[in-house]
Every structure is written in structure tokens, then in C-alpha cells.
Design a binder for this molecule. Structure first.
Ligand SMILES: *[C@@H]1O[C@H](CO)[C@@H](O)[C@H](O)[C@H]1NC(C)=O
Length: 292
């Protein structure tokens, strides 16, 4: 009897421990800015609001700014709510991306919000670098005004695919087609970054529209930072653990509703796709043929 009770309480204890270890290895949410991020560029241009639950990024003629996650992660899901620069944002770029920071074999997953003149739609450009090779730009116009309110932008990254989503609607899927010899980011952990900067040499109508500095300073707002993934350094077994929720059956492929939404985005909101740009790619890149 005594023995049973001991082993029972021992297993209860070990289970408690495993829950503890679990919650330590997999970042909890929700996070304040300083829990998971630090300012990477121009401290005086990033202001914390609401006790660190939200931040304001500033772009003026002196500087843009940027922040970065304290950790790198290998697989997981990251999301944040962003409210972009309202009105005349031409020539500005607000970016939210993951990057391995490895020069020669860079992996990178990008969201870039390209500003526009008042009344003209923002463009969301996505790109995927795998094993050092990028140049996979796609562009969509959003179905709402991203400067009028906060919207959720997320990147899901697991062994099966990478899904870029806006308010949980997939706008891009990059599938793991390693079996067909197509590179997939899998070996290098990535940090999470965001920047606001001027790029009026290319951002708006190919660089024709310049920043109107008389409208400066420009403000973008962020809140509801969520990172769930395997931090690196961290337990080596985390990234390959198929029990991580982001590796689960519901995340291995788009649900039928997500697939329908994704088709709707593809048909109605894509304004550029490198896959169909014959002048850049006379031979269609293999990942475009392998499909989703
Ligand atoms: C800005 O608006 C123009 C006109 O509607 C459009 O052609 C362009 O794609 C928009 N976005 C950018 C980033 O230039």
C-alpha cells in the first residue's frame, strides 16, 4: 500500500516536473515585448505602450528602427498584431520576418508591407529563402485597410510546410518538397525580427513614389506577440518532437476551409508571383510545379 502510494506520488511528481519542463522549453504566451524581444536598432525610435503589451515604431528623417527576438527557434508558430502607417505611407517598408542570420546558407521567411500613397492599397510581399537561395517574391493586396486597425500576421513553420497567414487566412504556403530535391528550411533556428525603414528607391510603384517627409514622423503599432516554438539553445529533442502542437495533424496541411480561403486569395488578391514571371524565370522554378 505504502509502496503504491509512493510510486503514485512519484509519478504525479514526475508528471508535474514534465509539465514544468514542457512549459519552460515551449515558450508560453501571451508575451510582453521585453519578455521575448529587444530593440535591435534605434532605441529612441521604439516606444513601449500599455506596460509593454504594445509598442510604437517610429520612422523619421533621422532613422527607422527595428526589434529582434532574444531567442532563435527551430519550428513553431509566431504571430503578432500590427497596425500599419495610415495615410501617405509611400516609400516606407514595415517588415516582419524570421531569419537564421547565417550569411552563406541563410534561411528566411519574410512579410514586407510596402506603403503607398493615400487611398492606394498597401502591398504585402512575402519571400522564402532556403539554404541561401531567395528570390521567391509573391505579392498580395489586402482585402482591408491594414492601417485602420490591428490585424494578425503569422508564420507557421513545421516539418511539412511554412504557412504565411493574415487573420488566419493563408496567403502563402511553401511546402516541404525535399523529396523532389527542393530546399526546405529545416536545420537552422531562426530569430524573429521587425523593422520600419525607408526604401523609396524600390518599395512603391517600383521606386517611382517617394517618401513625403512633410508627413513624418510615421508610426506603426504592434501588440499581442506570440511565439510558440523550440528555443535554440534548448533541449535538442524539442524540434523533432512530433507531439509539439504545431506538428499535429491539423497543422500538417491546410484544412478544407483554409484551402478554400487560400484559393480565394490566390484568385482575387495576388498581384505578383515569381512563379509566373517568365522574364525572370524562363524555366519555372521546381517548387512552383511541385505545388502545395
Ligand atoms: C500602390 O498603388 C498603385 C496604384 O493603385 C498600385 O499599382 C501599386 O501596386 C500599389 N502598391 C505599391 C507597393 O506600389
Amino acid at each position: 500500500m505504502n509502496t503504491t502510494r509512493t510510486s503514485l506520488s512519484l509519478s504525479t511528481l514526475s508528471c508535474l516536473l514534465c509539465v514544468l519542463v514542457f512549459s519552460v522549453t515551449i515558450s508560453a504566451r501571451p508575451a510582453t515585448f521585453t519578455q521575448d524581444f529587444h530593440v535591435a536598432w534605434a532605441n529612441d525610435h521604439i516606444k513601449q505602450l500599455q506596460g509593454g503589451n504594445a509598442i510604437q515604431l517610429v520612422l523619421d528623417q533621422n532613422s527607422g528602427c527595428g526589434f529582434a527576438s532574444k531567442n532563435k527557434y527551430l519550428f513553431g508558430k509566431v504571430s503578432m498584431k500590427i497596425k500599419l502607417i495610415p495615410g501617405d505611407s509611400a516609400g516606407t517598408v514595415t517588415a516582419f520576418y524570421m531569419n537564421s542570420d547565417t550569411d552563406t546558407r541563410r534561411d528566411e521567411l519574410d512579410f514586407e508591407f510596402l506603403g503607398n500613397r493615400t487611398g492606394q492599397p498597401y502591398t504585402v510581399q512575402t519571400n522564402v529563402y532556403a539554404h541561401g537561395k531567395g528570390d521567391r517574391e509573391q505579392r498580395v493586396n489586402l482585402w482591408f485597410d491594414p492601417a485602420a486597425d490591428f490585424h494578425t500576421y503569422s508564420i507557421l513553420w513545421n516539418h511539412k510546410h511554412v504557412v504565411f497567414a493574415v487573420d488566419e487566412i493563408p496567403i502563402r504556403v511553401y511546402k516541404n518538397n525535399e523529396a523532389k530535391g527542393i530546399p526546405f528550411p529545416k536545420f537552422q533556428p531562426m530569430g524573429i525580427y521587425s523593422t520600419l525603414w525607408e526604401a523609396d528607391d524600390w518599395a512603391t510603384r517600383g521606386g517611382l513614389e517617394k517618401i513625403d517627409w512633410s508627413k513624418a514622423p510615421f508610426y506603426a503599432y504592434y501588440k499581442d506577440f506570440e511565439i510558440e516554438g523550440c528555443p535554440v539553445p534548448g533541449p535538442a529533442s524539442c524540434a523533432s518532437n512530433i507531439k509539439n502542437w504545431w506538428e499535429g495533424p491539423a497543422y500538417q496541411q491546410l484544412s478544407s476551409i483554409q484551402a478554400r480561403n487560400y484559393r480565394w486569395v490566390r484568385m482575387n488578391h495576388v498581384t505578383y508571383d515569381y512563379c509566373t514571371d517568365k522574364s525572370r524565370y524562363p524555366v519555372t522554378p521546381p517548387e512552383c510545379i511541385a505545388g502545395i
